[in-house]
Design a protein around this ligand. Structure first.
Ligand code: SF4
Ligand code: SF4
Length: 199
Protein backbone atom coordinates (compact mmCIF):
# COMPACT_ATOMS: atom_id res chain seq x y z
CA UNK A 1 0.00 0.00 0.00
CA UNK A 2 1.36 3.41 -0.97
CA UNK A 3 1.66 6.17 1.62
CA UNK A 4 -0.56 8.44 -0.52
CA UNK A 5 -3.29 5.79 -0.92
CA UNK A 6 -6.63 7.63 -0.34
CA UNK A 7 -8.07 4.61 1.51
CA UNK A 8 -5.46 5.00 4.22
CA UNK A 9 -6.97 6.34 7.45
CA UNK A 10 -4.56 8.41 9.42
CA UNK A 11 -4.83 8.33 13.19
CA UNK A 12 -4.10 11.72 14.75
CA UNK A 13 -3.32 11.48 18.47
CA UNK A 14 -5.69 13.67 20.50
CA UNK A 15 -4.34 16.76 22.22
CA UNK A 16 -4.50 16.10 25.95
CA UNK A 17 -5.47 18.73 28.49
CA UNK A 18 -3.21 19.22 31.50
CA UNK A 19 -5.29 17.04 33.90
CA UNK A 20 -5.45 14.30 31.27
CA UNK A 21 -1.69 14.33 30.93
CA UNK A 22 -1.47 13.48 34.63
CA UNK A 23 -4.07 10.66 34.28
CA UNK A 24 -6.37 12.36 36.81
CA UNK A 25 -9.65 11.04 35.27
CA UNK A 26 -8.32 7.47 35.38
CA UNK A 27 -7.05 7.85 38.96
CA UNK A 28 -10.38 9.27 40.16
CA UNK A 29 -12.27 6.51 38.33
CA UNK A 30 -10.09 3.83 39.98
CA UNK A 31 -10.60 5.35 43.41
CA UNK A 32 -14.37 5.40 42.89
CA UNK A 33 -14.36 1.68 42.00
CA UNK A 34 -12.19 0.85 45.04
CA UNK A 35 -14.43 2.95 47.31
CA UNK A 36 -17.52 1.22 45.96
CA UNK A 37 -16.05 -2.22 46.79
CA UNK A 38 -14.94 -1.09 50.28
CA UNK A 39 -18.40 0.32 51.00
CA UNK A 40 -20.26 -2.77 49.83
CA UNK A 41 -17.88 -5.11 51.72
CA UNK A 42 -18.20 -3.10 54.95
CA UNK A 43 -21.99 -3.27 54.62
CA UNK A 44 -21.70 -7.05 54.34
CA UNK A 45 -22.66 -7.15 50.71
CA UNK A 46 -20.68 -8.28 47.76
CA UNK A 47 -17.45 -9.35 49.51
CA UNK A 48 -15.52 -11.41 46.97
CA UNK A 49 -12.65 -12.59 49.19
CA UNK A 50 -12.42 -15.64 51.45
CA UNK A 51 -10.57 -16.10 54.74
CA UNK A 52 -7.90 -18.36 53.25
CA UNK A 53 -6.63 -20.85 54.39
CA UNK A 54 -9.53 -21.44 56.80
CA UNK A 55 -11.93 -21.02 53.90
CA UNK A 56 -10.78 -22.69 50.73
CA UNK A 57 -11.42 -20.98 47.44
CA UNK A 58 -13.30 -23.17 44.99
CA UNK A 59 -12.12 -22.38 41.48
CA UNK A 60 -14.43 -22.56 38.51
CA UNK A 61 -14.75 -25.82 36.63
CA UNK A 62 -12.69 -24.33 33.83
CA UNK A 63 -9.75 -23.44 36.10
CA UNK A 64 -6.42 -24.83 34.94
CA UNK A 65 -4.03 -25.58 37.79
CA UNK A 66 -1.05 -27.91 38.09
CA UNK A 67 -0.82 -30.93 35.84
CA UNK A 68 -1.29 -34.56 36.59
CA UNK A 69 -0.37 -37.69 34.67
CA UNK A 70 -3.33 -40.02 34.63
CA UNK A 71 -3.14 -43.73 35.35
CA UNK A 72 -5.25 -46.37 33.65
CA UNK A 73 -7.37 -49.01 35.35
CA UNK A 74 -4.26 -51.14 35.92
CA UNK A 75 -2.42 -48.32 37.63
CA UNK A 76 -0.05 -47.76 34.72
CA UNK A 77 0.74 -44.29 33.47
CA UNK A 78 -1.53 -43.65 30.47
CA UNK A 79 1.11 -41.75 28.50
CA UNK A 80 2.28 -43.50 25.32
CA UNK A 81 5.18 -41.10 24.73
CA UNK A 82 3.84 -39.72 21.44
CA UNK A 83 5.34 -36.28 22.24
CA UNK A 84 2.27 -34.41 20.94
CA UNK A 85 1.89 -32.43 24.15
CA UNK A 86 5.53 -31.35 24.11
CA UNK A 87 5.17 -30.34 20.46
CA UNK A 88 2.02 -28.32 21.15
CA UNK A 89 3.40 -26.61 24.24
CA UNK A 90 4.07 -22.94 23.44
CA UNK A 91 6.28 -22.51 26.50
CA UNK A 92 8.50 -25.52 25.71
CA UNK A 93 8.30 -26.64 29.30
CA UNK A 94 7.57 -30.35 28.75
CA UNK A 95 10.46 -32.78 28.47
CA UNK A 96 9.71 -36.44 27.76
CA UNK A 97 11.96 -39.42 27.28
CA UNK A 98 10.16 -42.33 25.65
CA UNK A 99 11.13 -45.97 25.92
CA UNK A 100 9.92 -49.28 24.59
CA UNK A 101 7.02 -50.56 26.66
CA UNK A 102 7.44 -53.80 28.61
CA UNK A 103 6.37 -56.85 26.61
CA UNK A 104 3.43 -57.42 28.96
CA UNK A 105 2.01 -54.04 27.93
CA UNK A 106 0.45 -55.36 24.76
CA UNK A 107 -1.69 -52.28 24.08
CA UNK A 108 1.18 -49.93 23.31
CA UNK A 109 4.66 -49.79 21.91
CA UNK A 110 6.07 -47.01 24.07
CA UNK A 111 5.67 -45.39 27.42
CA UNK A 112 7.28 -42.37 29.03
CA UNK A 113 10.40 -43.34 30.91
CA UNK A 114 10.82 -39.76 32.03
CA UNK A 115 8.22 -36.96 32.02
CA UNK A 116 9.11 -33.53 33.35
CA UNK A 117 7.12 -30.28 33.37
CA UNK A 118 8.61 -26.99 34.49
CA UNK A 119 5.61 -25.53 36.29
CA UNK A 120 7.30 -22.14 36.51
CA UNK A 121 7.64 -21.78 32.74
CA UNK A 122 4.13 -23.12 32.08
CA UNK A 123 1.48 -20.56 31.13
CA UNK A 124 -1.36 -23.00 31.91
CA UNK A 125 -2.88 -22.67 28.47
CA UNK A 126 -4.13 -26.27 28.38
CA UNK A 127 -2.73 -26.99 24.92
CA UNK A 128 -1.01 -30.14 26.23
CA UNK A 129 -4.22 -31.77 27.39
CA UNK A 130 -5.94 -30.72 24.19
CA UNK A 131 -3.19 -32.38 22.14
CA UNK A 132 -3.00 -35.65 24.08
CA UNK A 133 -4.67 -38.48 22.12
CA UNK A 134 -5.05 -40.76 25.14
CA UNK A 135 -6.02 -38.19 27.80
CA UNK A 136 -2.90 -38.93 29.80
CA UNK A 137 -2.17 -35.37 30.83
CA UNK A 138 -4.71 -33.10 32.48
CA UNK A 139 -4.62 -29.80 34.31
CA UNK A 140 -6.27 -29.97 37.72
CA UNK A 141 -8.04 -27.52 40.01
CA UNK A 142 -5.07 -27.47 42.39
CA UNK A 143 -3.91 -23.88 42.82
CA UNK A 144 -1.99 -23.99 46.10
CA UNK A 145 0.91 -26.33 45.39
CA UNK A 146 4.01 -24.34 46.19
CA UNK A 147 7.74 -24.93 46.26
CA UNK A 148 10.55 -23.45 48.30
CA UNK A 149 12.89 -23.44 45.34
CA UNK A 150 12.74 -23.42 41.56
CA UNK A 151 13.82 -27.06 41.54
CA UNK A 152 10.78 -28.05 43.60
CA UNK A 153 8.51 -26.62 40.93
CA UNK A 154 9.96 -28.83 38.25
CA UNK A 155 7.57 -31.77 38.40
CA UNK A 156 8.89 -35.15 37.39
CA UNK A 157 6.87 -38.23 36.54
CA UNK A 158 6.61 -39.41 40.14
CA UNK A 159 5.25 -36.06 41.27
CA UNK A 160 2.86 -35.78 38.33
CA UNK A 161 1.51 -39.25 39.12
CA UNK A 162 1.19 -38.30 42.79
CA UNK A 163 -0.95 -35.31 41.78
CA UNK A 164 -3.24 -37.81 40.08
CA UNK A 165 -3.50 -39.80 43.33
CA UNK A 166 -4.20 -36.55 45.18
CA UNK A 167 -6.97 -35.41 42.87
CA UNK A 168 -8.47 -38.59 41.44
CA UNK A 169 -11.47 -38.63 43.81
CA UNK A 170 -12.26 -34.93 43.61
CA UNK A 171 -11.63 -34.67 39.88
CA UNK A 172 -12.51 -37.81 37.95
CA UNK A 173 -10.78 -38.18 34.62
CA UNK A 174 -12.69 -36.23 32.05
CA UNK A 175 -12.30 -39.06 29.58
CA UNK A 176 -12.05 -42.76 30.17
CA UNK A 177 -11.46 -43.92 26.63
CA UNK A 178 -8.83 -46.66 26.41
CA UNK A 179 -5.57 -45.96 24.67
CA UNK A 180 -5.40 -46.69 20.96
CA UNK A 181 -4.83 -50.28 19.90
CA UNK A 182 -6.23 -51.55 23.20
CA UNK A 183 -5.69 -55.27 23.50
CA UNK A 184 -5.53 -57.84 26.29
CA UNK A 185 -4.64 -56.21 29.56
CA UNK A 186 -1.38 -57.08 31.27
CA UNK A 187 -1.62 -59.14 34.39
CA UNK A 188 1.59 -57.96 36.02
CA UNK A 189 1.70 -54.35 37.06
CA UNK A 190 4.05 -52.85 39.57
CA UNK A 191 2.19 -51.48 42.64
CA UNK A 192 3.62 -48.03 41.98
CA UNK A 193 2.00 -47.89 38.56
CA UNK A 194 5.39 -47.48 37.00
CA UNK A 195 6.72 -50.07 34.60
CA UNK A 196 8.65 -52.93 36.04
CA UNK A 197 11.99 -54.15 34.81
CA UNK A 198 12.11 -54.58 31.09
CA UNK A 199 12.08 -58.06 29.68
S1 SF4 B 1 -0.47 -25.79 29.93
FE1 SF4 B 1 0.37 -24.89 28.04
S2 SF4 B 1 2.34 -24.04 28.64
FE2 SF4 B 1 1.71 -25.44 30.28
S3 SF4 B 1 2.68 -27.40 29.79
FE3 SF4 B 1 0.62 -27.43 28.89
S4 SF4 B 1 0.91 -26.67 26.78
FE4 SF4 B 1 2.74 -26.12 27.94
S1 SF4 C 1 0.97 -37.03 27.74
FE1 SF4 C 1 -0.30 -37.57 25.95
S2 SF4 C 1 0.40 -36.19 24.33
FE2 SF4 C 1 1.99 -36.16 25.93
S3 SF4 C 1 3.43 -37.72 25.26
FE3 SF4 C 1 2.02 -38.70 26.67
S4 SF4 C 1 0.42 -39.58 25.34
FE4 SF4 C 1 1.53 -38.09 24.11
Amino acid sequence: MRPDDPSLKRMIPPTLKLHEKFYLPQIVGGLLVTGKHILSASLGKGAITVSYPEDQHVPSANYRGVHRLNKDEQGRVKCVACMLCATACPAHCIDIVGATAPESWSDREKYCESFVIDELRCIYCGMCEEACPVEAIELTGLYDLTGLSREQMIFDKTKLLSVFDLTRDAEPMRYTTPPPKAGPRPTEVEPSGLPGPKA
